[in-house]
Write a protein that binds this ligand. Structure first.
Ligand SMILES: [Zn+2]
Length: 110
């Protein structure tokens, strides 16, 4: 079954991959955790996707934590990214699955 994600999960450019990977490595250095490590693995798999012209290609194991996390985010507010990237509680790239009404209040967006 094909998992539905928001437009943030479209195939990234090489530049976007490098930026994302850099951000994740910085986050991992600042706060080392299995969760952040999983984010790095996920970025590498998205980079592999970019090279092969698709959103994601699993070349490294270990990003299950991140995949579970983005699935949960899709269910909660319709975007794979963390709440700090959202614009007015919504996916900055347009969501395929906008479900964010009631849950939005928990996050107190401006
Ligand atoms: Zn999104």
């Amino acid at each position: 079954m094909k998992q539905k994600y928001c437009n943030c999960h479209n195939t990234l450019t090489v530049k976007q991959c490098i930026m994302a990977l850099k951000d994740e490595v910085v986050e991992f250095i600042q706060e080392p955790s299995l969760d952040e490590f999983s984010d790095i693995i996920y970025c590498v798999n998205r980079f592999a996707g970019t090279i092969t012209k698709q959103p994601y290609l699993k070349v490294l194991p270990g990003d299950k934590t991140h995949v579970d996390k983005i699935r949960k985010r899709m269910m909660m507010y319709g975007c794979i990214r963390s709440t700090k990237h959202l614009v007015k509680g919504r996916c900055p790239n347009g969501s395929l699955n906008p479900i964010q009404t009631v849950i939005g209040k928990q996050f107190k967006w401006n």
